[in-house]
Design a protein around this ligand. Sequence first.
Ligand SMILES: [Mg+2]
Length: 178
Amino acid sequence: MLSVIRDYFSIVKELVTPDAIYEGIENVPFDSLYQKGYRTILLDVDNTLLVYNELFMTLQKVNCIQRFKAAGFRVYLISNNSSHRRIQRVSRQLEVFGIHFSLKPFVWSTRNFAKRMGFDLTRSIIIGDQLFTDVIMGNWLRSYTILVDPLDKKLSFVKTVQREIELFLLRKFQVSRS
Ligand SMILES: [Mg+2]
């Protein structure tokens, strides 16, 4: 019985532990990740690139994504937002392709998208602000996972509870900030 619990614990740990944590996408050491062989960056949209009710990104975020591209990365958006229009607007602003309503942490949409676009998920970096969607999906797909701080710190009640659980797990599994 105890070993079953231990196995379960280690599976959960593996799924929710990001490979790295940074304050924001600007802090990601993309050059060294490129040297390690990663070629694609998959970005979460809400609270990673822009706040829920905002329509446009800051110039800082846009510039950062231009730097990813200039370094040789292919960049895509993977969003759980159900609004096609919203994700399309961000896609246009960044000149990248993306999918909305991706149902993270489930991997099916992202896997199909990778097949369609022809990129290797094991050589991809997934960046997002939530353990339970972005990081779990990325680990499930065997990609490199990066957790960033949510842009909007004033979260809804449900999101606050979720965030507390996420922070608890990070402490529990002793994942520290890079
Ligand atoms: Mg998000």
